[in-house]
Write a protein that binds this ligand. Structure first.
Ligand code: ADP
Ligand code: ZN
Length: 201
């Protein structure tokens, strides 16, 4: 299928799902395709998320694209340059509701805005600003991970560390993907993993 994009208006795309569902991979894929199309792209991520790299958005599978880290959503508005056509924003759950008006302004100016982030917190509750972004977006994609307990499609992020914070920063080892049946709202011990050698199958 050839995606039909509008030519003379901005719009909002949202990529949501649990941890490990492939949100960042999909964001990077769309941004790279825009770059192949000679469009000026700018990518933003929250400064709080310094898990891998301050200057790039990095997926769990090590795909990468250069990015600017910002502390507040309003800084995105200030940083977007006049010739930019596409804006990508990762980990939107760290920006709070301020992001909603920022994204609206950018789309009204004629930009394509692609937002990626969690739609539920570790208890399975809707996680702002994602519900708002889903409501105002032209195009929404929900990714699913694989439940590490039973192998079903997973749309929940199981917390593994004890914390009352809504988001545990430095998430490596702090979450695993689980389905509705296997997820519990309280932290549990990590599911033992398999050694996977993708090149020997
Ligand atoms: P997200 O941004 O949604 O957290 P990423 O795009 O960073 O996800 O990473 C997705 C990649 O994570 C997958 O392509 C796969 O290589 C890896 N991965 C690790 N654990 C899982 C899992 N339980 N289900 C699916 N993918 C997983
Ligand atoms: Zn399961």
């Amino acid at each position: 299928m050839i995606a039909q994009f509008a030519q003379d208006t901005g719009w909002i795309e949202v990529i949501c799902g649990s941890m490990y569902s492939g949100k960042t991979e999909e964001l990077i894929r769309r941004l790279k395709r825009a770059l192949y199309g000679q469009q000026r792209v700018q990518v933003f991520k929250p400064q709080i998320d310094n898990r891998y790299d301050e200057l790039a958005v990095v997926s769990h599978s090590q795909l990468k694209i250069s990015a600017t880290s910002v502390q507040h959503a309003l800084q995105i508005l200030q940083a977007v340059e006049a010739d930019t056509k596409v804006v990508g924003i990762d980990e939107v759950q760290f920006f709070g509701m301020e992001l909603v008006s920022v994204v609206q302004v950018l789309a009204s100016r004629g930009l394509r805005v692609i937002c990626a982030g969690l739609d539920q917190d570790y208890q399975g509750k809707p996680f702002e600003p994602m519900p708002h972004l889903l409501a105002i977006a032209e195009l929404i994609t929900k990714e699913l991970a694989i439940c590490v307990v039973c192998g079903n499609p997973a749309n929940r992020s199981q917390r593994l560390t004890h914390s009352e914070e809504r988001v545990v920063v430095g998430a490596a080892g702090a979450y695993e993907a689980r389905c509705r049946k296997c997820h519990v709202a309280t932290p549990v011990a990590a599911t033992p993993g398999q050694e996977i050698d993708l090149f020997n199958h």
